[in-house]
Design a protein around this ligand. Structure first.
Ligand SMILES: [Zn+2]
Ligand SMILES: [Zn+2]
Length: 304
C-alpha cells in the first residue's frame, strides 16, 4: 500500500469512497458527525447504480479494493492496515453489513469471493469495536471460515509466492529495505522471478543464508531458508501450477500436482520451511501449517 494513502485528508476521503461504493447513499455514523467528503454537485451516479446488477458491481469493486488495501503485499509494513481504518471502523462496518445483506452465496468459488471477504471484514471490524460476534447476522457467521481451517497449505503457498512477487521490499530477510517513494527499481531474481533485492550484496546473502543447516534441519529453527534451495522449487511451482488471480484454481491445481507427484514431498518441505521463517505469516497460521505437515508426513509414512 502506498504511504501517501495515509496522509490524512486522502485517507478519510478514500474511506468515504469505499463506504459510498459498498452501499451507495447509506447513512452512517461518521466520527464527529461530519462525513469526510461530499458528493460533487450534479451527482448522477446514484440513479445509474439503482439497478441491482450495477449496485452489486459497485459493492464487489469496493470489496476487492478494500481487500487490496487491507491485505495487499505491504501489510507487514508497520501497522498500515490498522492505521488505514483507524477511527472509521463503525462506518465501514455499517456499509459492509449493508452490502453483505444484498449478496447471496452462489456456490461458485470465484463469484463468492466478495461475499466471503465481506463476512471476514465484518468479523474483524466487529472485533476491533469490541462488539460481540454473536450480534453479527447468522448468515454472515456461517460464511466465516472455521478457525482451524482458514487456510490450506496450497493457499498459504499461493499467498507467500504471490506476496513475494508483488511486495516492494528486499527479499533478504536481514534487510527488508522498502522501495517506496524511491524510484529505484529493485532487481528481481533471474531464476524464480519472484524474489527482489535492493542490491547484489543482499541477493548473494539470501542465496547462501543458513546453507550449512540444509537440508538436515528443514522445518526446524534454522532460520530463513537459503534462496539457493528455495529458488529451484519456486521455479518448479511456477512451471507446474499457474499462479493466476484465482487462488482457488491454484489450490485445486496444486493439490492435483501433489497427488500425481509433479510436486514432491521434498518440494513441499522446502516451501513449508520457507513459510515457517516468514516474518509476515502469523504464528497461528504457522502452527496450523506445522500441524498439517506433520500429519501429512505421518499419514504418508505411518511406520516412520
Ligand atoms: Zn530465485
Ligand atoms: Zn536488501
Amino acid at each position: 500500500m502506498y504511504p501517501i494513502l495515509f496522509e490524512e485528508s486522502l485517507r478519510s476521503k478514500l474511506v468515504w469512497v469505499i463506504v459510498e461504493m459498498l452501499e451507495p447513499g447509506i447513512a452512517v455514523e461518521w466520527p464527529g458527525g461530519v462525513a469526510p467528503s461530499m458528493k460533487p454537485e450534479g451527482w448522477k451516479l446514484e440513479s445509474w447504480m439503482a439497478s441491482p446488477p450495477r449496485r452489486r458491481r459497485c459493492s464487489v469493486c469496493a470489496t476487492l479494493f478494500l481487500r487490496d488495501l487491507l491485505y495487499g503485499p505491504d501489510v507487514d509494513f508497520e501497522d498500515l492496515r490498522v492505521r488505514f481504518t483507524s477511527g472509521y471502523e463503525r462506518p465501514l462496518l455499517s456499509a459492509i453489513l449493508a452490502a453483505f445483506a444484498r449478496m447471496h452465496q452462489t456456490g461458485n468459488p470465484e463469484e463468492d469471493q466478495p461475499y466471503l471477504l465481506l463476512a471476514g471484514f465484518a468479523e474483524s471490524f466487529q472485533a476491533s469495536l469490541n462488539l460481540p460476534r454473536s450480534d453479527l447476522p447468522e448468515r454472515l457467521r456461517l460464511a466465516l471460515p472455521k478457525p482451524d481451517h482458514c487456510q490450506t497449505i496450497p493457499l498459504l503457498i499461493y499467498g507467500y509466492i504471490g506476496r513475494s512477487m508483488t511486495a516492494r521490499a528486499c527479499s533478504n530477510p536481514e534487510c527488508g529495505l522498502r522501495q517506496l517513494n524511491d524510484n529505484r527499481a529493485f532487481q528481481v531474481c533471474g531464476g524464480c522471478k519472484s524474489m527482489r533485492y535492493c542490491s547484489k550484496a543482499c541477493q548473494k546473502r539470501h542465496w547462501k543464508m543458513n546453507l550449512e543447516f540444509w537440508p538436515k534441519s528443514m522445518l526446524s529453527s534454522a532460520g530463513p531458508a537459503p534462496h539457493k534451495v528455495t529458488c529451484p522449487v519456486i521455479c518448479h511451482v511456477h512451471a507446474t501450477v499457474p499462479l493466476t488471480a484465482d487462488s482457488y484454481a491454484f489450490e485445486r491445481d496444486f493439490t492435483t500436482a501433489v497427488a500425481i507427484g509433479a510436486v514432491t514431498e521434498n518440494d513441499m518441505l522446502v516451501l513449508c520451511s520457507m513459510m515457517m521463517a516468514d516474518t509476515v505469516l502469523p504464528d497461528v497460521s504457522k502452527n496450523t501449517l506445522l500441524r498439517m505437515v506433520c500429519f501429512q508426513l505421518h499419514y504418508d509414512n505411518p511406520h516412520s
